[in-house]
Ligand binder design. Structure first.
Ligand code: FNR
Length: 384
């Protein structure tokens, strides 16, 4: 492939370059994958109004998310095992985000640790995503480590107390590092770039966790470990405790329902993310873009509303902003770039989306992304 024009090109290249186990981990949803598919498909039903003969000379995509300046209202979503899509993946994605002037969110389940990313990006602030585990001492220490690393927001994920079943991960025996079974070895032998990268780094396990939790030297399979360690008792009381311990900007991730959005407002968090975890948890839940408008209508300006799920283009970003999101996150769109071409691929993904967003906004006759609202959409084509 010579010219990369869109995110789909990056996906196809990633599929060629990343071992099957990790490519499948990214490109899958739970059970029938209906919510995973709907996240993307529901964007296509929403139509944009083309306007002409409007002065669109000076355009700006600059905005803010939780009061922080962003070059465009888009952040990198937390994704587990990112350092398995490409060696040192979290570091590379964080560097790309820094270069672009957008937030990077590091997952609890990352390969590179909080400290690795802080060091590799020269102490530039990033966001840290927290999963709540049974071992509360460990959680307290993770929060303190995020503070020490200059993280400027804590993103608490509320929709993964139990793990959605993803068939491909079970079949592939997903683990980090991958088990050296004959089928895995055969598959990895066809991915020389990936193998060379992995041989060149020492970061091949969950470095936020291994060595920091008593008794965890080796995590075995991800699904077994999650079942043992993630806390199914998580409640709004824990959110209050975390908020107090953290003391900084707090974002709640995984809100899909208006009643939960109300509770998120009550918790005093700075933002909520309308998200169904990229269709990886409750299969049969509504797409994120269809859940967004009612949540925006319910909470008004009492809390900032962000969204993620299904964003593969700048047009998708524009539609989410039009329906009231103050900012959006990309998961797979950046993972495909990373798997395809490392840091350059993440930068490519961001540049593609930025350009699509800028041009689409211009075609709608608008010049300032902060002024975009539902008047740019064709009535009757968008969810209420
Ligand atoms: C995720 N997601 C996720 N979320 C989170 O809070 N912590 C995590 O560790 C992960 N891990 C993870 C791994 C992979 C491979 C994917 C694809 C997703 C969910 C993620 O933050 C986000 O909600 C979705 O990825 C958004 O959907 P799109 O952009 O991937 O369609």
């Amino acid at each position: 492939m010579t010219v990369i024009t869109n995110i789909e090109d990056l996906r196809l290249l990633a599929k060629r370059r990343v071992p099957r186990m990790f490519y499948d981990y990214a490109d899958s949803g739970s059970w029938t994958e209906s919510t995973y598919r709907a996240n993307e498909a529901d964007f296509e039903r929403i139509l944009l109004r083309q306007r002409v003969a409007v002065d669109i000379d000076n355009r700006s995509l600059r905005s803010t998310m939780i009061g922080q300046d962003v070059a465009m209202p888009l952040a990198i979503a937390p994704t587990g095992l990112t350092g398995m899509q490409h060696a040192d993946g979290e570091i590379l994605a964080a560097r790309a985000a820094k270069k672009f002037g957008i937030p990077f969110t590091l997952s609890t389940m990352s390969i590179c640790s909080i400290e690795d990313v802080a060091e590799a990006t020269g102490g530039h602030p990033f966001w840290f995503q927290l999963y709540v585990m049974r071992d509360r001492d460990f959680i307290a220490r993770l929060i303190d480590r995020a503070k020490a690393a200059n993280c400027s927001a804590l993103v608490v994920t509320l929709d993964l107390q139990v793990l959605g079943q993803r068939h491909k991960d079970l079949r592939n025996g997903l683990s980090a590092p991958p088990k050296l079974t004959i089928p895995n070895l055969i598959n990895m032998a066809t991915k020389p770039r990936w193998c060379m990268g992995m041989l060149g780094t020492s970061r091949r396990e969950f470095r936020n966790i291994v060595g920091h939790v008593k008794g965890v030297e080796n995590m075995g399979s991800l699904s077994e470990w999650t079942a043992k360690q993630f806390d199914p008792r998580l409640s709004w009381n824990d959110v209050a405790w975390i908020k107090e311990r953290w003391g900084g900007k707090l974002i709640l991730k995984g809100i899909q329902d208006v009643e939960d959005a109300e509770l998120a407002v009550k918790s005093g968090a700075d933002a909520l993310i309308v998200s169904n975890h990229g269709g990886r948890q409750l299969d049969g839940a509504p797409s994120s873009i269809s859940a967004l408008p009612s949540i925006v209508a319910a909470v008004g300006d009492r809390i900032e509303v962000h969204m993620d799920g299904g964003i593969r283009s700048g047009q998708h970003v524009l539609k989410a902003l039009a329906l009231g999101a103050k900012g959006v996150y990309i998961g797979r769109a950046f993972l495909y770039g990373l798997g395809a071409m490392g840091q350059e691929g993440v930068e490519k993904a961001l540049a593609i989306i930025q350009r699509e967003l800028d041009l689409s906004m211009a075609f709608c006759g608008r010049t300032d992304v902060r002024q975009v609202d539902r008047s740019i959409l064709v009535p009757g084509t968008y969810p209420q």
